[in-house]
Ligand binder design. Structure first.
Ligand code: UD2
Length: 328
């Protein structure tokens, strides 16, 4: 199956491209490389370097594709508050462009990345039928994309499945932006022996799901037999972990890993600072994951400890790019 992967050179995208290749599919990637990297892609994968807002490039990329995995987005809650128009353009209008291009190209199914942010502050565990009252432009934009997807099903027979990711982590998540996922920031800083910051008391919890599990869910959603038009599924591990617990797990993994890499070389001093809680942060987030298990046959497999080891291994093993200061 030929699959267009928007944002395919990014964090979740590149893992999804690998999962598609491993099953013998043919991914085609459109990515403007705003946060992704061409080096994330397996050599030989076709990359069209363009934004999803470029209708002509999108039409060219989508031609001949049976399905679309739409991941391209500006993925940040705080950034969507600072730059709502830019984020709206990519996350809402861009998603609409992808749906329109898919409809015109006769695509059968679109699987699109949504987010736990569509729920806002809801009593966990959060099921798919919880009220959708997003607290940020980002959550609203993802919700709009879901709703557009439902309408394309209703009016054009395009099957659109929305996957509501919870907190995805793992190798290749960019750690160097202030908006990066907390675990990539901790792994990168602790691997360098740099200070880490916990916003608030650290007792806030998240449902951390490993990127390999998310890539497998994307693949299942693209290929599952049956009809799922307009449906949305939570993707989480179904376990609440506090930021403090995660910090301790990463610190331990860094000490273990540094010792293996350089015996006796574990950083001696790993300072931890507390700062005031980030405005707009939700306190607790935990997914109910029964729907994905029952309908798609998916559940997270990688235990948190193992996911952390792989993330830390990558952070320690990847040289820092001297030009950008970023890791692979
Ligand atoms: C995640 C997603 C976001 C959206 C949202 C849905 C990421 C990067 N963001 O936002 O796109 O889907 O979930 O609810 O996956 N923190 C620290 N120290 C740091 C960085 C963060 O203590 O250096 C805290 C932060 O204040 C928050 C928690 O860690 O309480 C998680 O922060 P995050 O930015 O990784 O993810 P979140 O849950 O805000």
């Amino acid at each position: 199956m030929r699959v267009l992967v928007t944002g395919g050179a990014g964090f979740i995208g590149s893992h999804s491209v690998e999962a598609l290749l491993a099953e013998g599919h043919e991914p085609v990637v459109i990515d403007d490389l705003s946060t992704g990297h061409a080096r994330n892609l397996t050599p030989g994968v076709r990359l069209i370097r363009a934004s999803i807002l470029d209708a002509r490039a999108l039409a060219e990329a989508i031609a001949g594709c049976e399905t679309v995995l739409h991941l391209a987005a500006i993925v940040s809650v705080p950034l969507s508050l600072e730059r709502p128009l830019d984020c709206h353009a990519v996350n809402a209008t861009g998603s609409l462009q992808v749906l329109e291009a898919a409809h015109r190209a006769g695509v059968r199914r679109v699987v699109q990345a949504s987010s736990a942010a569509v729920y806002g502050e809801v009593e966990p565990p959060i099921g798919e039928f919880a009220p959708l009252v997003p607290l940020s432009p980002y959550g609203l934009q993802k919700r709009m994309a879901e709703e557009y997807g439902r309408l394309y099903g209703l009016h054009h027979g395009l099957e659109v499945i929305s996957l509501r990711y919870f907190n995805v982590y793992g190798p290749r998540q960019d750690p160097r932006s202030p908006y990066s996922g907390v675990l990539s920031r901790f792994a990168d800083a602790l691997a360098r022996g740099e200070p880490t910051v916990i916003f608030g008391d650290g007792q806030q919890t998240r449902d951390f799901v490993f990127v390999g599990d998310v890539a497998r869910a994307n693949l299942l959603a693209l290929t599952a037999p049956g009809s799922f038009a307009g449906e949305a599924f939570n993707l989480g591990a179904g376990r609440a972990i506090s930021v403090l617990e995660a910090h301790a797990a990463i610190r331990a993994a860094v000490a273990r890993e540094s010792d293996t890499a350089r015996p006796g070389g574990a950083p001696a001093h790993l300072p931890l600072r507390h700062e005031p809680a980030r405005s707009g942060d939700i306190r607790h987030s935990l997914a109910r994951v029964d729907a994905a298990r029952e309908r798609l046959g998916w559940q997270a497999r990688v235990p948190f400890g193992e996911g952390i080891s792989r993330t830390v291994h990558h952070a320690i093993g990847t040289p820092v790019d001297p030009a950008s200061g970023t890791r692979d």
